[in-house]
Design a protein around this ligand. Sequence first.
Ligand code: CDP
Ligand code: MG
Length: 207
Amino acid sequence: MTQTTGGSAPHLRRRGAGDAAKRNRPPNSRNQAEPLSSGTVVPEMPQSGPENPPTERTLVVLKPDAVQRGIAAEILARFERRGLRIAALRLLKVERAFAERHYEIHKGKFFHEDLVRTISASPVVAAVLEGPNAIAVVRAMVGATRPHEAAPGTIRGDYALVGLRNLVHASDAPETASSEIALWFPDGVIEYRGDLERWVSDEGALS
Ligand code: CDP
Ligand code: MG
């Protein structure tokens, strides 16, 4: 089996992230923009149509409330049933320093300390999910950050009531997916492919 890491940014030009961005592409990614040479992310015209969506990887963390409530596998099963593939999976107890790195983007916000303490209070299940438009699909399935605003049918809308107990973390963009996967799965993910995938993706849909 081959191991590799990362998400993908097929609809963005990413300056300065060149080789890393190439290495982080999942298998079967198509229409990848060639990276440019300095640090900015520049949107470009999407090259993928509905008939050719980008294969992406995204990080999902089933937070302590999901594990403690015994619904981690049930939530994971929703993603699998949607057609996303588990590319990496682990149960771990997050240390404070690790939680601070994961939530660095929220440093300085009023909820940062509560967030760090909450996610490091008890074990979590972390997974990399892969599939067409995986980042957006997972975010839509997870629902709004504040569960009272989350639509029924979403995970938070079906299972959660308050923000610090909203069960799931999910990457929100190709860049965060890539960095979060590298943080949570430093040894990489597993590349594999099953025949079932052509029955849930456009690839091979006509044959
Ligand atoms: O998780 P999501 O990406 O939807 O939200 P976020 O804006 O990245 O915030 C990270 C986490 O902080 C949320 O999932 C909530 O658990 C928590 N949060 C909160 O408790 N209160 C807020 N006003 C905002 C976020
Ligand atoms: Mg977030």
